[in-house]
Design a protein around this ligand. Sequence first.
Ligand code: HEC
Ligand code: HEC
Length: 274
Amino acid sequence: MRRYSSFILVVALVLAASLLWGASALAQEGGDDEQLQLGAQIYAANCAVCHGANGEGRVGATLAKDWPSIRPELATRATIVNGVPGSPMPAWSEANGGPLSDEEIDAVVYYILSWQTGGAPQVTPLPSATPLALLSPVPGVEGDPNRGAALFAYNCEVCHGEGGVGRIGAPLAKVWPSVRPDLAIKNTISNGVEGSPMPAWSKENGGPLTEQEINDLTAYVLSLAEGVHPPATETPEAPSGLAWLSGWGGVLLTVLLFVLLLVASQFLQRRKTG
Ligand code: HEC
Ligand code: HEC
């Protein structure tokens, strides 16, 4: 039994070491390609919503262009770090309360400037195809929350977070204290919030979205509230006296039991041999 378990330990150690070694080798070999790939991911997740998937411009400025600057990387970096106050361009650096680290900003600058040459390497971001559960329509609201979910992922998640939990933008997964929350939400989406990073999205306001798309988004945003307060038809789970077992309490208990077992087996063995 002893020999068997030490054999397992050795195998596990060797496996872990080779995994670590493989990972570090990969990280070294990546180099520029890796920075470009990282930049592309960050761009797709944070910037494409306003600047277009290939920097062609949308709510935000065109970025696929020749930069009339001797050190364009400094100018673009400064804009990304600090944002453009008074415009929808947010500040992205962690130092300014944004979500991106210095390394991530360097990567996205590198990626954006790679468009300058025209023949930029096309890096397609890895698809993140997670099948979504179907949402049920919100009573009394025009618009399809399922179409809204796709629009939200592309246009709003960057600021409002996955599922509307909030990020640079306000949390949206909440209960709306309004008689007709659909009208209030639709209004905010169409017109934006002046003086905040929330852009105006309707075509009338120079945004990219049609009225139907804004209705779909409104239905989706309202459906987020259901996740916050489960419908009353569901019987709430009775608080179980053993709930603490599922968290750290459970881990602690397992470790304690394990130690006890070890001590007991040692004790028994000593009695047998002694
Ligand atoms: C909510 C929309 C929005 C998002 C999201 C956004 N931008 Fe911007 N961005 C703008 C707008 C609008 C401008 C133009 C600001 C101005 O000068 O009035 C701009 C300007 C810029 C400029 C300067 C362009 C120039 O010609 O000087 C750069 C560079 C830039 N953005 C990069 C980024 C990067 C990188 C990201 C993602 C990390 C990003 N932006 C995300 C809206 C956005
Ligand atoms: C560049 C960041 C950004 C993007 C992109 C963005 N929002 Fe916002 N949004 C904000 C901010 C910031 C606020 C809070 C404004 C305030 O009241 O100061 C806000 C507010 C809102 C509100 C009102 C919240 C409340 O509590 O009243 C709604 C609704 C909303 N956004 C929906 C959307 C939808 C839908 C999209 C996508 C079409 C979107 N937003 C895209 C930044 C953003």
